[in-house]
Design a protein around this ligand. Sequence first.
Ligand SMILES: [Fe+2]
Length: 221
Amino acid sequence: MPDVRRSHKFTVPCLIDNLVTLYPTSLLHRRIPGMEETNRQLAVYVKSLEETEPNAVDGTTNDGGFQTTTELLKRDHPALNIFKQHMKMAVHDYARTLVNQECSASPPTLEFATWGWGAILREGNTQGIHIHPYANISGVYYVAAPPAALETSRDGGKICFYDPRPRANMNQIPRQITRRRVTPMPGDMILFPSWLEHSVSAFHGPGERISIAFNAKLTTT
Ligand SMILES: [Fe+2]
């Protein structure tokens, strides 16, 4: 497209632009330092649940892996309790962002009910595209990641978030970004709107991808 500003036949007036961003989708990607020992204990704990309790993947998009029930956060375990504190803080912080972004006015207080579950994926296991019904805010915390999932050049083991605007893909601009992938770095927590579609592709090689997913249903007062 020729640059009309360079044309001698066109005088550019003093323009008043106001670029407006409508309906943004915000993710909170939080890195929590010093979680190595907590993660080690969480990995042992979730794997112990895998050995002693039924796999709760029925009705979920977890294909081939293990999943605890959604009652995980009701349990009392030292490492899990540390995680719960971080989760509550992150949900609170993200809720403020979300309310400021989505609502016409910010309520004086925000309360929320939370629930969560642990998941283990091994080589070849996947998590199909899904959303988290019945919640407003969802998130995932990474306890352990296999070497393949930490390779930045590959999709395997990464979480992918899809463009939530269905018609934005109608006539794609070359190299238009339609999904964002995030590396499951242990100690990282990602919060996102519960309606945002996401998935995890299979990785190949040794290791386990252990995560704790959670939901928060907000109640405003
Ligand atoms: Fe999910």
